[in-house]
Design a protein around this ligand. Structure first.
Ligand SMILES: [Zn+2]
Length: 279
């Protein structure tokens, strides 16, 4: 009687969230198809086909990591970073107790910085390693709590749970709150962008990736990453889930030293994403 309950946390996006044109067009497309299916004799199969086609298009956009159709997506560094001759090396799926310390030594040896998109549950398993990443001048950003393989099928609540849990863990362990987010394998659906917007996170994908979780030839990975290497590039490697060479060595450890040398030789500088995205 008269007892007040706390308001449940709303999961809807703020009104300021600008749904991207493809989503607004899709809503109109659905209404049109339904109206035609109901009102026009014989049009129902065509209307259903039109809606299926629309869903195929939206799904394809979500399966294309570098697409901006579903919302803002950073695939290259902004112009001020380009003017400063900066590139960003991003290293996903760690921290890994075997690989990450060697990655840190290689970065130190070349005096370059990187951004680690860490999985929060791995950070909880190796908190000292996560703190060392930050202490050595690199940045840790949000790559979800658990790196679920069905991440791209989640809805607003599932996205919010995975991402906010990671924000909490990463901030508690490193003392720094992430501002960038990367989806597992870069896959997503239209519900992700409003969640990121509400949490103040920027979706960051990449300019080029080496497919170093599958490719076992270091020269191939290096060639993919350095093709047209230039200021503003965001490059993707992995310290977790790293493929191994025939000799059993994690690919990233074979690729990083020549990549860093190439960056230096091209007059470029590898910096963290927060540094590169700063105005
Ligand atoms: Zn990943």
């Amino acid at each position: 009687m008269g007892k007040s309950f706390p308001m449940p946390q709303t999961l809807s996006a703020p009104e300021s969230w600008p749904w991207p044109p493809i989503i607004r067009a899709s809503v109109g497309w659905h209404l049109l198809a339904i109206a035609a299916g109901v009102l026009v004799p014989g049009a129902a199969p065509w209307a259903i086909g039109a809606i299926v086609l629309n869903h195929v298009l939206i799904t394809a956009a979500g399966l294309t990591p570098r697409s901006s159709l579903l919302g803002p997506n950073v695939t290259r560094l902004p112009q001020p970073a380009v003017a400063r001759h900066e590139v960003a090396i991003t290293i996903d799926d760690g921290p890994d107790p075997e690989v990450t310390p060697q990655v840190l030594d290689q970065l130190d040896a070349h005096g370059q910085r990187a951004t680690f998109f860490c999985i929060a549950e791995r950070v909880l398993e190796h908190p000292a390693l996560a703190r060392e990443i930050v202490a050595r001048g690199h940045s840790i950003q949000n790559h979800t709590a658990r790196h679920r393989h069905n991440f791209s099928f989640l809805g607003p609540r599932g996205f919010a749970a995975e991402i906010s849990r990671a924000q909490q863990v990463l901030q508690e362990v490193t003392g720094e709150r992430p501002t960038c987010f990367r989806a597992p394998a870069g896959l997503r659906n239209p519900f992700l962008a409003p969640v990121l917007h509400r949490m103040g996170l920027s979706l960051v994908s990449w300019t080029r990736r080496g497919f170093d979780t599958r490719e076992r030839n270091a020269a191939t990975v290096l060639a993919r990453l350095t093709r047209d290497l230039q200021a503003g590039d965001i490059l993707l490697l992995h310290d977790g889930h790293a493929a191994r060479t025939a000799a059993g060595r994690p690919i990233v450890l074979e690729v990083l030293p020549p990549l860093l040398a190439r960056i230096h030789a091209n007059g470029l500088r590898a910096v963290t994403l927060p540094e590169a995205l700063a105005a």
